[in-house]
Design a protein around this ligand. Structure first.
Ligand SMILES: Cc1ncc(C[n+]2csc(CCOP(=O)(O)OP(=O)(O)O)c2C)c(N)n1
Ligand SMILES: [Mg+2]
Length: 661
């Protein structure tokens, strides 16, 4: 144990600071599933300040210099929110079996991680956050960056992590550390509980010495569970599905995290049941598979949405049924539609009054396939799937390769967003990863992207956090260097968080950022227009001298120069041909050459094909504007189609219809 050579080892204890104990403990944690074992922590991201430089910082230095088996690599990031995003993306790419720890200084360094914490928890992705806290002793209070709440002396800014964390502890005394660490590992490796886990470490406690039992640092392996379904639940689920004529699977992120793609494919091939996918579940079946209907819901394909509207039984697999997936509860219109929910979390399995199958997705799908032996949908339903899909696929083709009547109307040097997505899709390898989080591209990718590999689609749409894209690209590449990563980022998202390009330069991480410049918020602009708010405040423009409004000229902002100044290799393109060349050049660039940014301008007024769907965004009920009044009328029409989904799902035929419930 090299890192303890400077310490006094007495019998069964070892004397280390709290921070040294944290680092040594983390370096000895492993996860295991299906007999494969890996380090739970690939390393620790951080930004030092007075709150952690001499505590965790000293411990990480000592660890790096020792460079032994208990190594916990340290990577300096540029923004604390960003380093949480990088860790989350890494963990998602690793199917939640490995992650990173993140250390931040007292105060703003720590609270910068809050957005990342929320994102991790909402997406159910493990990440360990180690915010620093002000002195536990409080002898010099108030110290720099201390909150000083007048109503409660023990409240610090780190209490803001509580609602965002699946486990939270503050280690105010060294004796509390072992149980805090062990609880943290339990939650991180529990597929039901996992999310952000926070251990706040006051700055004085980090540096305090303690005699630790040596057993605390023994290697520990945390087995990631695959809970089996109850036999009776599978029997009931099979009975419900056997009674269905138009069943539909909705695949969520749980399919990927469980590695259930093959089991899903086998079930669908055996029964002919089609599949619609949420953002996290996209790629559950590969593009081109006969049962693959692509995206479902507000940003879905017309194929999946047409089948959803008619389905009599909907089988959710590893989905948390977000509003985008259900089109705000308007997607499923079948009279008496029933739900079967396969989910590892009872919380999700119970949604929509569904028949709950609480289980690992792979195990439940395998059991269900046996229980459904001899059952299959009829030929009419299969040919309906085929014709709906063919129709949608031609719409995708037209978006990838728009007709001259569309392209002729574009200003010189501009492309459509569909052309950009099409070019990236067609010129990348099937295993390359496309990444996005916010703006108009997540919806367009959900509809249009042709996924050819289970880990090749990474859109963060639980929190849809602008700024996730650049830092997340580092996480994906670190997790799997055999794939190129294409981060699709809008100008708005880029401006939120370009910082980690510098970290990619530092670590020579090859990520490819496709920066889509359209001078503002294409997404929110369109949304605003459809809701009667006339694209107000969504363009990046000068304030007009006459109007006093943000409707002047486009701002002279050069994001290509910005990316270049951060050390990225930048390729600016002004035509489809140049875009093709740029993608090929980026792919051919050396694996350790650092970040590449492809800067392309698009026309924000050319839209992707319509989903024939809806998303519930409230419209002002009273207004002086005609545009808003019209939008409110349309809003009420849509609201009338929302369904409560409260009919109990039992193996017997329902006695009441959903519309009567
Ligand atoms: C951190 C954060 N702030 C605000 C939003 C709300 N929002 C969603 S998309 C968007 C605009 C994104 O602009 P851009 O990245 O340029 O993409 P575009 O819409 O132009 O495709 C905004 C402000 C968000 N999702 N995340
Ligand atoms: Mg934009």
């Amino acid at each position: 144990m090299t890192s303890s050579t400077q310490q006094t080892v007495t019998g069964e204890t070892v004397r280390l600071t709290v921070a040294q104990a944290v680092v040594r403990f983390l370096a000895n944690q492993w996860s295991e599933r299906d007999g494969e074992r890996q380090k739970l922590f690939a390393g620790c991201f951080g930004i030092f300040g007075h709150g952690n430089v001499a505590g965790i910082g000293q411990a990480l230095l000592q660890n790096e210099l020792a460079d032994g088996e208990e190594h916990l690599p340290y990577v300096l990031a540029r923004n604390e929110q960003a380093m949480v995003h990088t860790s989350v993306a890494y963990a998602r790419q690793k199917d939640r079996l490995q992650t990173w720890a993140c250390t931040a200084s007292v105060g703003p360094g720590s609270t910068n991680m809050l957005t990342g914490a929320a994102l991790a928890t909402i997406n159910r992705i493990p990440v360990l956050l180690l915010p620093s806290g002000t002195f536990a002793t409080r002898v010099s209070s108030p110290v720099l960056q201390e909150l000083e709440a007048p109503y409660a002396a023990d409240v610090t800014v780190n209490d803001a992590f509580r609602p965002l964390s699946r486990f939270f502890d503050r280690v105010s005394r060294p004796e509390q550390l072992p149980s805090a660490l062990i609880s943290a590992m339990r939650v991180l490796t529990d597929p039901v509980e996992t999310g952000a886990v926070t251990i706040a470490l006051p700055q004085d406690v980090q540096a305090e010495a303690h005699d630790w039992p040596v057993e605390l640092f023994a290697p520990r392996t945390w087995r990631v569970a695959r809970p089996l379904p109850e036999v009776v639940d599978i029997a009931d689920a099979a009975a419900v599905i056997r009674s269905a004529r138009r069943p539909l699977v909705v695949a969520g992120g749980g399919v990927h995290y469980s590695g259930a793609e093959e089991a899903l494919r086998a079930l669908c091939e055996q029964t002919g049941i089609p599949v619609g996918e949420s953002q996290a579940g996209k790629g559950s079946l590969p593009h081109g598979h006969p049962q693959e209907m692509g995206a479902i819901g507000s940003t879905g394909t017309t194929a999946a949405n047409a089948l959803a509207a008619e389905a009599d039984v909907v089988i959710g697999v590893g989905t948390r049924w977000s509003d985008f997936t259900t089109a705000s509860r308007t997607a499923f219109q079948g009279n008496g539609v029933r739900f079967v929910n396969i989910n590892i979390a009872r919380f999700d399995a119970g949604k929509h009054s569904g028949l709950s199958v609480v289980s690992d997705a792979r195990e439940a799908l395998t059991a269900l396939a046996s229980a459904l032996e001899g059952y299959a949908v009829d030929d009419a339903y299969r040919s309906r799937q085929y014709s709906l899909w063919s129709e949608w696929d031609s719409a995708v083709e037209a978006a990838y390769h728009p007709a001259a009547e569309v392209t002729d109307r574009l200003a010189e040097g501009l492309l459509t967003q569909g052309q950009v997505l099409g070019a990236v899709n067609e010129l990348t390898d099937p295993r390359d990863v496309v990444l996005c989080a916010a703006g108009s591209m997540p919806g367009d990718l959900h509809k249009l992207w042709r996924v050819r590999d289970r880990k090749a689609y990474h859109v963060e749409y639980g929190y849809s956090c602008m700024g996730y894209e650049v830092p997340a690209s580092l996480g994906i590449r670190l997790a799997d260097e055999s794939r190129d990563v294409f981060a699709m980022v809008g100008d708005g998202g880029y401006l939120m968080m370009p910082t980690e390009l510098v970290t990619a330069v530092q670590e020579r991480i090859k990520v490819i950022v496709v920066l889509v410049q359209n001078h503002g918020f294409h997404s929110i602009g369109s949304l605003s227009e459809s809701l009667g708010s006339q694209r107000f405040g969504t363009s990046y423009r000068f304030r007009g001298e006459a109007s006093g409004r943000l409707d002047g000229d486009v701002l002279p902002v050069d994001l290509a120069a910005n990316a270049r100044s951060l050390g990225a290799h930048v390729i600016e393109v002004h035509s489809l041909g140049e875009l093709h060349q740029a993608i090929k050049k980026a792919k051919a660039a050396p694996a350790d050459g650092g970040p590449i940014v492809i800067h392309v301008e698009t026309d924000p007024l050319v839209h992707a094909p319509d989903s024939a769907s809806w998303w519930d965004v409230p419209v002002s009920a009273v207004s002086e504007l005609d545009s808003t009044q019209t939008a409110f009328g349309e809003y009420l029409d849509h609201k009338a189609t929302q369904r409560p989904f409260v009919t109990p799902t039992t193996p017997a035929a329902p006695t009441t219809s959903e519309s009567a419930s």
